[in-house]
Structures are given as C-alpha cells and as structure tokens.
Design a protein around this ligand. Sequence first.
Ligand SMILES: Cc1cc2nc3c(=O)[nH]c(=O)nc-3n(C[C@H](O)[C@H](O)[C@H](O)COP(=O)(O)OP(=O)(O)OC[C@H]3O[C@@H](n4cnc5c(N)ncnc54)[C@H](O)[C@@H]3O)c2cc1C
Length: 369
Amino acid sequence: MSERAIVIGGGIVGLSIALGLARAGLGVVILDGADADNRASYGNAGLVWVQSKGADHVPYARWSRQSARLWPAFAAELEQTTGIDVEYDQRGGFSFCLDEAEVEARRAMVDKMAARLGPENDVEFVDAGFVRQRVPHVGPKVLGASWCPSDGHVNPLLLMGALRKRAAALGIDILYGHKATRIGMNGSHLTVYGEGFGMRADRVVVAAGLATQELAATAGMTVPLKPVRGQIVVTERLRKVIDYPTPTTRQARAGSVIFGNSHEDDMAVPGTTLSVIASHAQRAIAEFPFLASRRILRSWGAIRVMPRDGRPVYASSGTCPGAYAIACHSGITLTAIHAGIVGPSIAAGELPPAVSTFSDERFHVVSPA
Ligand SMILES: Cc1cc2nc3c(=O)[nH]c(=O)nc-3n(C[C@H](O)[C@H](O)[C@H](O)COP(=O)(O)OP(=O)(O)OC[C@H]3O[C@@H](n4cnc5c(N)ncnc54)[C@H](O)[C@@H]3O)c2cc1C
C-alpha cells in the first residue's frame, strides 16, 4: 500500500503541495477548514511576480525566479489534464514610477538586484519612452519603470478550480469542514487530530495560511506570521489595452482591470475602506488616465499570510518526524515550484536543499543571558 500524506489547508499552497505529493505516488488527503476562514487564495491579485522579490535575500530571488521558469510548463500541464486554461501570461511586467522619489527608490532596487544577482539579474530600469512603446495608454505622470521579462499573471480563481480538478483526477480527497487542531505522535504513528477525529499519516504538511503558526507549534515548528490586509478593485470589462501587468494594475483576459496593492499591517479583518479604495483609484488613474471614466464593479479586502521577515518558511519537525509546515506571502508565484519540487521532495522524505535557508531555525533566537 502507498504511503499516506495529510495536507492541512486547501488553499493554493496546500493544493499545490498535495499535487506534488500525489504525483510522487502518495495517497493524499487534504483537510480544509471552514467557509468563514480567511482565504488569501480567493482574494489575491494573480501576479506571478519576481522583479522585486529577494532584493535583500538572494536565495529568495532565485527561488521566485525558478518558480517563474516552471510556470509555463505547469500551466500547460494543467490545461492538458483539466481542460482549464488558467490564463497564464508571461510577457514581462513593469513597476511604474510616478514621481522622482519613486524613480530614485526603483533605481536603487534595480541596482541592488543587479549587484546581488550578477549575470542572473533580469531587472532593469527603463525610461518613459520604453514604457510607452509597450503600454501606449499610460499617462504623462509615468516617468519610468522597473522592467522584468520574467514577470507574468494568471487568473487566480481559474487556477484554484484547475488545481482542485487535477487533485480529484489524482485521487486526492479534500475533506471540507475538517479543522485540524494539533499534530502529534500516537505511539510511533504521526497523527493529525481535529474536532472528532484522529488520522494517521506518513507525512503531514501544514499549509493552513495564517493558522499555520499555531498548528506548526504543536509539532515544535516555529512559523511566525502576521496578517496584512490588501484591498483590490475591479472595473467593468473593457477593451483589452493593458498588455503588461504592474504590481498595482493588470487587465484580465476578459477585459476587467484589477487594481490596488495596499499592505495594511496587522489587519486581520477583511473588508474595504473608502480611503484605501480612493487612493487605489487615484494611482490607477495616474497610471492609466482612461480609467477615470470607467465604472468600478466590485472591490474586496483579503488577508495576506505574511511571514515575520517576509520570506517563505519551510520547516520540518524534530518532534514529529514526517511533519512539515509551509507559509509564504506569494503563494501564486510559488505554485509551480511547490507542485513541481517541494511536494515531490517531501514525498521522498525531506525538504529540497534549496529551501534550507528558509528553515524555521532562523527564528530560534537565543535571548542574551
Ligand atoms: C490582496 C492580496 C493580493 C495578493 N496578490 C498576490 C499576487 O499577486 N501574487 C502572489 O503570488 N500572491 C499574492 N497574494 C498572496 C497569496 O494569495 C497567498 O500567498 C496565498 O493565497 C496563500 O495561500 P495559503 O494556501 O497559504 O493560505 P489560504 O488561501 O489562506 O488558505 C488556507 C486554508 O487553510 C484552511 N485552514 C485554516 N485553518 C485550518 C485548520 N485548522 N484545519 C484545516 N484547514 C485549515 C483554510 O480554510 C484555508 O482554506 C496576495 C494576497 C492578498 C491578500
């Protein structure tokens, strides 16, 4: 009989790890929580974004880029196996600068990335002429941008649908409303306990979004997280004119323009505020003046799963061998590498060597005597 893995959390991270485990031959069960849980996977912007990732941490820059390189084949495989086109588009992305302070900050980021990544660097600062050639509808306030050909975007709701369809085809059971409360050893058996159940497994992966911190702690892993709210606005469907995404604005294939990229620290309540939506709209109009006369259809707020230092956490348990915990704030970007490399590696009994730098040991700080 094949080994069994339990993945706690049915968001984008849990689903992508589960696919990797199942493709490696394990029987996989996903335990998912309640409808009312925070679910970043249903409220994000859909960027597969690398240009600013890891400016202060080269392994994170490399890890994000490696995932972006895996994305085209991953999206093609999803379409082939599920019939769902997740609208992945990787033609590059800009981050626009609207004043001299933004130009200076962007240039500094680009220089830092170039110095740190050396020949692997793929980000450059480009002037307004370069931007206008590719994005003719930008406004006169756009002074320049950072540009990275590895950036892209995807439809996150289609992606979730495709992952769930693929999971079903691979025989993965998703048990909704199964809230796990702790991980422990029952004799020599790794066991997940929840409200009214105890389930044995050979591997357990905690990927429960913000709940990962508490669940991982029950197996001795340290995953410090904080909630960060982001608010997003969506327009009516428009003629497709924005071909390149930015961190603040992208146009979906169906024509809606999706804008906004707020980071409201330690805010665990979803929902929107007029002040943030208004500032999103001002920025979007400065980037693309034609939006001023277009209608907004909806807006929402969702809660990011933010590791304390902003870098992903890949932890393995010392007290419960076979148990792992994963949390990251760019789960869409990292979907391809989670399914293609992390899942199969955990199936084989260890985390991939490339993530040793993201272990939870970095949080084990010894207090001075
Ligand atoms: C506004 C916003 C914009 C974003 N934009 C981007 C972007 O453009 N690109 C990008 O890469 N990332 C983006 N992100 C981040 C991305 O959405 C997250 O990294 C990702 O969704 C996290 O997925 P997750 O599976 O870890 O968590 P979640 O989606 O939060 O899922 C966690 C799951 O665990 C379940 N759960 C919780 N507790 C338990 C329990 N005790 N037992 C069982 N199950 C449990 C929940 O029910 C839930 O289904 C954005 C996030 C936000 C909020």
